[in-house]
Design a binder for this molecule. Structure first.
Ligand code: PLP
Length: 392
């Protein structure tokens, strides 16, 4: 009765925890959630002001599917200025969040049986979208020895004649690791001469600490040609609810095909968001963006220090994004099941974390530090109490 394709889509592994958290809250329990994938900051006022102006001036109609020309030009300017990527406005497609950009790219490129290489741990959405488009996710497991990054050798070994694409997320959700220019250059060397696409998810690009961010496509002409650069405003500008993401590719035929797909399902994104996004990207909001980045960096330092002091927990200090991917394998009494750990922690202490299992790696939990210092301190106190009480 229902399509096989839709039935193959899994329910998110994080839903069980989220449902339990909601139930406990409804019962009046004091629940502290560190599962959020969004900044706790409000959208900067200059951006909101532009949205209000757009609304009041009647900017409420359909726009071109890919986005209004001023926005496409602003994105092209940003990519050149900040990322060293020269794209023309017609090589850019604006979508309802980076999620739709990713959906468009997978649908337009992946055929039945195509293999898509995904470094693990991974952001939960990639394998689902790959399977939905008929492809086969091929995971490359990483570990702390390589800072959760794939090695050139691993990549070489994972490539088969069926490999269609490599997905790279830098900075990474859930580990916060960032690929250096050197590491990207080594990856580029391996891909040279192949017809493998790179889908470079750069959503957390602005949330970067003690390191330099490098866009995949900036490595070489060859990488520029094979890379689809995906970015958006949700994380770096605190605009999750506005739904603005975009992708850029040098392949105009591909862009046209994705544009066709989008034209048949959602058309343009919200017209008001488009006008506000120009202000988010043209430099006017840069001070606010930097203020948020600095706050995240301080919270990262605080959260890392507190977690490292808890018996059995350790964490690689993230260089980007707003997550700690915490190793809990040395926790006394731990039985190897991150889902169970998170369920019990929530029941006993009212603290919500996301099990590493959801990102393809058990033995870890993801802790989002997109919240106040007070919440981080109280949350870590509770986690410590839970572990010391040995009631997992
Ligand atoms: C790595 C990564 N890419 C893309 C997205 C999607 O962001 P949005 O659809 O809000 O633009 C997220 C959101 O969690 C993410 O973590």
């Amino acid at each position: 009765m229902y399509s096989q394709k839709i039935q193959n889509l899994s329910e998110s592994a994080t839903i069980a925890i989220a449902t339990l958290a909601t139930e406990l809250k409804a019962q009046g329990r004091d629940v502290l959630s560190f599962s959020a994938g969004e900044p706790d900051f409000d959208t900067p006022q200059v951006i909101k002001d532009e949205a209000i102006r757009a609304l009041n001036s009647g900017y409420t109609k359909y726009t071109p599917v890919a986005g209004i020309p001023e926005l496409l030009e602003t994105i092209a300017g940003k990519l050149e200025r900040e990322n060293g990527l020269v794209y023309s406005p017609k090589e850019i497609l604006v979508s309802n969040g980076a999620k739709q950009s990713l959906f468009n790219a997978f649908q337009a490129l992946i055929e039945q049986g195509d293999e898509v290489i995904i470094p693990s741990p991974y952001w939960v959405t990639y394998p689902e979208l790959v399977v939905y488009s008929g492809g086969k996710p091929v995971f490359i497991p990483t570990n702390e020895n390589t800072d959760f990054k794939i090695t050139p050798k691993q990549l070489k070994e994972a490539i088969t004649p069926k490999t269609k694409m490599l997905v790279l997320t830098t900075p990474s959700n859930p580990t916060g690791m960032v690929y250096s220019k050197d590491e990207l250059t080594q990856i580029a060397e391996i891909l040279k001469g192949s017809s493998i696409w790179v889908l470079s998810d750069e959503m957390y690009e602005k949330l970067i600490y003690d390191t330099q961010f490098t866009s995949c496509a900036s490595i070489s002409e060859d990488m520029m040609a094979r890379t689809i650069t995906v970015n958006g405003l949700s994380k770096s500008v605190a605009m999750t609810g506005w739904r603005m993401g975009y992708l850029a590719t040098k392949d105009l035929k591909l862009l046209k095909l994705m544009n066709n797909l989008q034209s048949q399902c959602t058309s343009n994104i919200n017209s008001i968001t488009q006008r506000a996004s120009i202000v988010a990207l043209n430099g006017e909001a840069d001070r606010d963006i930097e203020m948020m980045r600095e706050a995240f960096q301080k919270r990262r330092d605080l959260a890392c220090e507190l977690i490292e002091n808890i018996n059995g927990l350790s964490v690689l200090k993230p260089q980007g994004a707003f997550y700690l991917f915490i190793n809990m394998q040395d926790v006394p009494g731990y039985n190897g099941d991150s889902m169970r750990f998170c369920q019990r922690l929530l029941e006993v202490e009212g603290v919500a974390l996301v099990p590493g299992k959801a990102f393809g790696m058990d033995g870890y939990v993801r802790f989002s530090f997109a919240c106040s210092n007070e919440q981080i301190i109280e949350g870590c106190n509770r986690i410590s109490r839970f572990i010391v009480s040995n009631i997992i």
